[in-house]
Ligand binder design. Structure first.
Ligand code: MSP
Length: 480
């Protein structure tokens, strides 16, 4: 049977500072969904992530660090890869928007398509620009003259720019979103964007004059006008197709576009649900099928910040706990649809209750019994189909519910051991006792398979233990 293809993307990250817990969340959530498709459904998957490099804030950060921007970028991007490695993120490609071979040809081809459609025009523009957002803002976005998200004053820019005729596509974008051809999950985000579309979209400034302090190699040149570089969001959004070879080598593009899901945070909905579909409609490229819009990670109910002292650094957490423990917490204890809170206390409690004393304890009790009383590990059965509720949860991106289902099985299995007391039964009725122990191993095996998208290493260890009829190595040891 032809395998289904499944293409998922993360946002591409700004490399002006190291990644934080929110970024770790987006990427882990994405990885879990891809692994479900790859490992549970056996779909043919493609998983893209990357970095959004052609930005003023990166240049500012590099200068502040006393480094050349392109050198600074290489260091930061190496750190991204390290964090993703430590989180066991199974991406197929990491696209960088300074990549002149992989990214620029597609970004420029897309631009040319917009020109051919008559959707690019030149205009003098004056406005307030927030460097943090890399976007023009209006007075009403400001609080006391400052951007409330970044706490900085916007700068006044007066430039001659190319504009993209986004206004032309308001109606069509609205139609696609209303009909779920471009599905926005959760539905509250769909309503939010439909309300914005109701007001009508405005044309967007799509290029900037090349700045004197930008080195060559930064900023995608506007085709036919080297004095201008593409507006960063225009170039960044294009990554979802350039990485597949749009404009250079179409094999992956043919196989995987349109994307099944773009995973994004709530702050970048407008770019993905208005500007991106507008660009694709103008260029005659099919739209992605869905956007999964998640909330923000907070700590103790507040945005993490150095001054509040509530920052939880993903690398620090990973130095203390297993990768799978961090993944577990993010995937089960944070809902993808709302803001989610992380504190060290909550993390520790969940770790002790559900991993060390929950899953870890269950697996070692069952496998201790099996090792003692069963002759040999029977080849574990791989199910034809996974429970419908589990599949439904993934289908609607409720990964935390899919994880809850696994833990309710863990609980039932614990209960089954208490009720059947196989360690006693095996002494009075060996056959009956062994039968129950065997059943326990089969059910544990199912739990391990269901865990694969969440905790890949733990899943593998339990599967191997069942196969070899051996107690697994210490599953959740704290690294001290
Ligand atoms: N470069 C753009 C995305 C371009 S995609 C074509 C960008 N980068 S970012 O580094 O600022 O953010 C990357 C992702 O992290 C976004 O989806 C954003 O929503 C998410 N998060 C940033 N802070 C977050 C939290 N505190 N919590 C959860 N996710 C958050 O935006």
């Amino acid at each position: 049977m032809q395998k289904k293809s499944f293409y998922l993307t993360t946002p591409i990250f700004y490399p002006n500072a190291k990644l934080h817990m929110g970024h770790a969340y987006t990427t882990t959530l994405s990885d879990c969904i891809v692994r479900y498709h790859r490992e549970v459904l056996s779909d043919k998957t493609y998983f893209l992530t990357g970095s959004d490099e052609n930005t003023q804030k990166m240049v500012d950060a590099a200068r502040k660090a006393g480094q050349e921007p392109l050198v600074f970028l290489d260091d930061i991007v190496a750190n991204f890869a390290k964090l993703f490695g430590n989180l066991d993120i199974s991406y197929d490609q990491f696209i960088r928007t300074t990549d002149q071979k992989k990214h620029w040809p597609g970004a420029q081809l897309l631009w040319k398509k917009l020109v051919e459609a008559g959707d690019i025009y030149k205009k003098e523009y004056e406005g307030l620009y927030c460097v943090g957002h890399e976007a023009f803002v209006t007075e009403k976005d400001l609080v006391d003259g400052k951007c409330p998200d970044h706490g900085t004053e916007p700068i006044l820019l007066k430039e001659e720019n190319y504009f993209f005729r986004l206004s032309k596509y308001t109606g069509e974008i609205k139609k696609r979103i209303e009909s779920d051809e471009l599905k926005i999950v959760p539905v509250s985000r769909k309503s939010e964007i439909l309300a914005l579309l109701e007001e009508g979209l405005q044309d967007v400034s799509f290029s900037r004059p090349r700045r004197a302090d930008w080195p060559q190699g930064l900023g995608v040149p506007v085709p036919g006008d080297d004095s201008q570089v593409m507006y960063v969001w225009c170039d960044a959004l294009a990554n979802y197709i350039t990485a597949l070879g749009y404009g250079r080598d179409d094999a992956l593009y043919e196989e995987f576009w349109p994307a099944d899901v773009h995973v994004i945070g709530k702050d970048i909905l407008r770019f993905h649900a208005a500007i991106w579909p507008g660009m694709l409609l103008s260029a005659g490229v099919p739209l992605p099928q869905s956007l999964l819009v998640h909330g923000f990670i907070t700590s103790g109910g507040k945005k993490m910040s150095k001054s509040l002292g509530n920052v939880i650094d993903p690398e620090e957490l990973l130095a203390e706990y297993d990768t799978d423990a961090v993944r577990y917490f993010l995937l089960r204890h944070v809902s993808p649809f709302e803001d989610g809170d992380i504190t060290r206390e909550a993390f520790k409690d969940a770790y002790n209750a559900n991993l060390a004393n929950g899953l870890g304890n269950l697996a070692s009790r069952i496998m201790q019994l099996a090792q003692t009383h069963l002759e040999k590990g029977a080849e574990p059965e791989t199910p034809e189909a996974f429970p419908a509720e589990y599949a439904d949860a993934f289908k609607s991106f409720e990964v935390h519910h899919a994880a809850d289902l696994v833990w309710s099985r863990i609980q039932s299995l614990d209960q089954k051991i208490t009720e059947t007391a196989p360690f006693k039964l095996v002494k009075t009725d060996a056959e009956a006792g062994k039968k129950i122990i065997f059943e326990l191993t089969q059910e544990l095996h199912m739990i391990a398979l269901m865990l694969a998208p969440f905790m890949p290493e733990t899943s593998k260890k339990i599967v191997a233990a069942v196969k070899e009829n051996k107690k697994p190595e210490n599953l959740f040891a704290r690294k001290d």
